[in-house]
Ligand binder design. Structure first.
Ligand code: PGA
Length: 249
């Protein structure tokens, strides 16, 4: 069975103190599901969070990283720097990075390569805009994002990949894809991976859904066979909401 995962993307919301408070609350939470739980605080909080999480089952991810290992890239953070503070996972390709920071498929492919070369697990995000869905282009857009970001990888790399389908129109908007829309796209994603690689890789790859997942809609979305968990933004900032979402898996 493939791993089920709920990851909390805290975005640029909690400072170090607030991140540690949330970690404290999550450590006291009762997670009843078998799902792997991951949190992604901002860069400045990662080191302290790594210490706070040592010995706990909750995994720690960065929200981004640079594709070079080191160099004159003012303001950036590299994979070795993340590993050096105990972070071995990274979210790449989030729609906010694609939209506000102009990260495209070529850049993301380079970031994915670097992360994997450092043996980091990658949570790779992609998803269509509202206009793509309204014009019926959503499957093609998703296929293109997968092709550009990931399909250059050798088969072995897929053991370190988690996919996160996040329709941009559902992120932070309160609109979720219906469980049927999520299942339809997740099945398409799995089939696309199976066609390009093989069905074993596709069947073993976790595909998370993201976009306005809340405690009340999580059970139905997670009940779909190709939805292996969620990438949670807003609701991940509240320990009881996040715990309820984890327990919906
Ligand atoms: P949201 O964010 O749950 O607030 O919609 C999801 C995400 O951006 O990963």
């Amino acid at each position: 069975m493939r791993t089920q995962i709920v990851a909390g993307n805290w975005k640029m919301n909690l400072d170090q103190e607030e991140s540690l408070q949330l970690i404290d609350a999550l450590k006291k939470s009762t997670f009843q599901s078998q799902a792997e739980v991951i949190v992604a605080p901002n860069f400045t909080a990662l080191s302290a969070c790594a210490t706070a999480l040592s010995g706990s089952k909750i995994g720690l991810s960065a929200q981004n990283m640079h594709q070079a290992d080191k160099g004159a890239y003012t303001g950036e953070v590299s994979a070795p720097m993340l590993k050096g503070v105990g972070v071995n996972k990274v979210i790449l390709g989030h729609s906010e990075r694609r939209e506000y920071f102009r990260e495209d498929g070529v850049l993301l492919a380079a970031k994915v390569d670097t992360a994997l070369a450092h043996d980091m697990q990658v949570i790779f995000c992609f998803g269509e805009l509202l206009a793509d869905r309204e014009s019926g282009q959503h499957f093609e857009v998703v296929r293109m994002q997968l092709t550009e970001g990931l399909f250059h990888l050798p088969r072995e790399s897929w053991t370190n990949l988690i996919l996160a389908y996040e329709p941009v129109w559902a992120i932070g908007t309160g609109k979720t894809a219906s469980p049927e829309q999520a299942q339809e796209m997740h099945a398409f994603i799995r089939q696309t991976v199976a066609d390009f690689y093989n069905s074993e890789i596709a069947d073993n790859c976790p595909i998370l859904y993201g976009g306005s997942v809340k405690p009340d809609n999580a059970p139905l979305i997670f009940s779909k066979p190709d939805v292996d968990g969620g990438l949670i933004g807003g609701a991940a900032l509240n320990a009881s909401d996040f715990t309820a979402i984890v327990n919906a898996l």
